[in-house]
Design a protein around this ligand. Sequence first.
Ligand code: SF4
Length: 213
Amino acid sequence: MNEVMRWHHEALAKRTVEALKKNHFDAVYFQGAREAAEFVMGFVKEGASVGFGGSMTITDMGMQEKVKAKGGVVLDHNAPGLSDEERAVIRRKQLLCDVFLTGTNAVTIDGCLLNVDGAGNRVAAMTFGPGKVIVVAGTNKIRKNLDEALERVRHYAAPLNNKRLAKTNPCTVTGTCMDCQADTRICNIYTTMKRKPSVTDMTVVLVGEALGY
Ligand code: SF4
């Protein structure tokens, strides 16, 4: 990233952090993913159960490996070789884990989080249950307002996530959301956090680089 782009990402991120704080979220900015990962690991104690919501941002930061190296217990319903029943058990355990790590599909400059989910376990765990929720987002997820955030989710993030998950939904042909009726649709629950959930300990970590979709 060149200096001008870095300045722009940082300027937007700092405004967004201030707006998130006004909306009662704990929020912090790091220029790079390495510093952000170190910060996140400060919340993971040896033996802690750590839920993973299925975020490419969190995967790209190597958080599962870091948690395992520290002696934490990884709860990942997307781990290879799991049966549907085993996935369901892990999803339930994530709701009561010590630390839940997730990305967000979009964050607005006025301090709101927008997400879309298929089963709902990710947005449920983000909202209530875990001892600590940490949301990590690259500055590529920042949008001006909720309308633009929804546009980002429907016409960018969701089609790319469909492709990543090898779904055959219409957006994997057109590249944009077709508001499909498919049984395999991954966009069933849309959530907007306009303020921090009242009894959830949540930190939003913004990172000054592009992470995830
Ligand atoms: S609603 Fe259907 S077409 Fe639209 S992004 Fe989701 S899965 Fe794709």
